[in-house]
Design a binder for this molecule. Structure first.
Ligand SMILES: Nc1nc2c(c(=O)[nH]1)N[C@H]1C(S)=C(S)[C@@H](COP(=O)(O)OP(=O)(O)OC[C@H]3O[C@@H](n4cnc5c(N)ncnc54)[C@H](O)[C@@H]3O)O[C@H]1N2
Ligand code: MOO
Length: 486
């Protein structure tokens, strides 16, 4: 089929098609040190309770609550890691440290700050004054108060993060069943494409940006990666590269380049011969010629391999990877909800719309007051809105200090009405041409910009798909906590 003959589908359709052909991989066993980032294939239960014994919350004295305040002999001590056999009888106390088992007989702990050491009594007997009466159970963690024996502490399908590693260690789960990670091969194509180490460049040559970038993206997604090099624009060489990827038994092959309309764009015909192309054109900017195929491999027991033919323009490859390949890798790795996450953000500047394709505009999301370089009218609108909010808060606290009427008016109509003093702002990465990889630099999201004529104004609320975590976003000048009273 000629490339143009592929029906142009929407990006949500393309994502659905890909996920419908993607299956979670089977379970493998890993040790605790290999668990981070993996998805559990079985639930994890606690074999014992935490604390396993009634434990002290404070450094102080284990007491019998009914004894109340007074002077007492210190008959023993219980230190973390050492179980004292001595019971505490009424009329006596035991020294205790944080986390130590509360001795038999004691039913409360008095923190050391509420006691006073007394001179030793007869025979060198330690003595202490308990200055405050205790309530039974005071400053004691009962058995199982954090985790009860038999509790399910993690469910199948949960992703193991840093806290989960700690939880697994807590319950002694040192060997775990998790979903296997996908094996992903990356192949660049194009006679002009040369190794990044090439210098100086020969006539017509460009350095291969896509292979290193896509290997990094797949590795960041937790995949095991295989570098397949660069294929020349010949049917024979491309067939050889495809065969090599199959030989390596990868789950996914990602190619870049050679999917458009040129007479040397050979990827689509190759995939049509070797497997089934599910789509070959998507209504998106960038990434229109994005291609997805599945290959059924009788020589490998009939297993299926997914092939993503990404467009050669580096930004197109970058965007297509995140929108379509990443959710598939996540699903293979066991994610129950593999889609990119969406948040709402305000445009810091006007964005020109594309009348032919919806655009995935790269941006850096950042929280705070309007960022430097944002449209000047926005700053005024935000200041007005903030003044109105402060006024309204004062008014609620104290009706005598009503907000100025002007600020009320500004907040009641116009753009200022729904703006906060601090917002999640979408800062464009500049010229969005699909050859300019600098438009992906520091991008933590892509904005969903509708296909239409004209301009989307600064201050508009837009949806943004997260392609990176927000923990590394720029630190705003003048950003302060927004929790009242914090
Ligand atoms: N007649 C038409 N031409 C084009 C159309 C179209 O609809 N009709 N679509 C355009 C769009 S949109 C895109 S995107 C590109 C995609 O083309 P290909 O996937 O065939 O990619 P190439 O032609 O091989 O390369 C495009 C561009 O990217 C550079 N490139 C390729 N590989 C790499 C790499 N590994 N590292 C860095 N740069 C790479 C290559 O040199 C080209 O400049 O097609 C349009 N054409
Ligand atoms: O869709 Mo292409 O990816 O615009 O450059």
């Amino acid at each position: 089929m000629a490339a143009a003959a592929y029906k142009m589908i929407s990006i949500p359709e393309a994502q659905d098609v890909v996920l419908s052909h993607t299956r979670p991989l089977g379970a493998v066993t890993v040790g605790l040190a290999g668990a981070l980032g993996r998805v559990l294939a079985e639930e994890v239960r606690a074999p014992d309770s935490l604390p396993p014994f009634p434990a002290s919350i404070k450094d102080g004295y284990a007491v019998v609550a009914a004894d109340g305040a007074g002077e007492f002999p210190v008959v023993g001590e219980s230190r973390a890691g050492h179980l004292d056999q001595l019971p505490v009888a009424p009329g006596s106390v035991a020294y205790i440290t944080t986390g130590a088992p509360v001795p038999l007989g004691a039913d409360a702990v008095i923190q050391v700050e509420d006691t006073e050491k007394l001179p030793d009594g007869e025979g060198g007997q330690c003595r202490v004054r308990i200055c405050k009466a205790a309530r039974a159970g005071q400053d004691i963690r009962p058995v199982g108060s954090d985790i009860m024996e038999g509790d399910t502490v993690l469910q199948a399908g949960e992703r193991v993060g840093v806290a989960e590693v700690g939880i697994l260690a807590t319950v002694g789960a040192v060997s775990l069943r998790v979903h296997a990670t996908p094996r992903v091969a990356v192949l660049s194509t194009g006679d002009e494409v040369v190794d990044p180490a090439t210098a100086p460049l020969g006539p017509g040559q460009i350095r291969d940006a896509n292979r290193a970038m896509l290997l990094a993206a797949a590795a960041k997604a937790g995949a095991e990666v295989a570098d397949m090099g660069v294929a020349r624009d010949t049917v024979g060489h491309l067939e050889g590269c495809l065969a090599a990827a199959i030989e390596q038994r990868v789950d996914v092959l990602i190619t870049s380049g050679g999917v458009s309309m040129g007479d040397r764009d050979l990827i689509k015909p190759l995939l049509a011969r070797e497997g089934t192309i599910h789509f070959g054109r998507v209504r998106m900017k960038p990434g229109k010629p994005l291609t997805f195929a599945t290959l059924t491999l009788p020589q490998q027991g009939g297993r299926q391999m997914l092939v993503f033919g990404l467009p050669g323009n580096p930004v197109s490859s970058f965007v297509c990877f995140h929108l379509v390949v990443l959710p598939a890798l996540r699903k293979m790795g066991g994610w129950a909800a593999p889609e990119l996450r969406r948040v709402a953000a305000r445009l810091a500047v006007d964005i020109k719309l594309d009348p032919e394709r919806p655009e995935y505009h790269r941006c850096t999301l950042q929280w705070g007051p309007p960022p430097p370089g944002s449209a000047p009218a926005l700053k005024a609108a935000v200041a007005e809105a903030a003044a109105a909010q402060v006024g309204a808060a004062r008014c609620a606290e104290d009706p005598l200090h009503a907000p100025p009427a002007a600020a009320h008016e500004a907040a009641a109509h116009g753009a200022a009405a729904d703006l906060g003093a601090q917002e999640l702002w979408a800062v464009s990465t500049g010229n969005q041409i699909s050859s300019r990889l600098l438009s992906a630099r520091s991008a933590n999201a892509v904005l969903e910009i509708p296909c239409a004529a004209g301009v989307l104004k600064a201050g508009s609320l837009v949806s943004a798909l997260l392609i990176d975590d927000l923990g590394g976003m720029p630190v705003p000048a003048g950003g302060v906590p927004v929790t009242p009273g914090f």
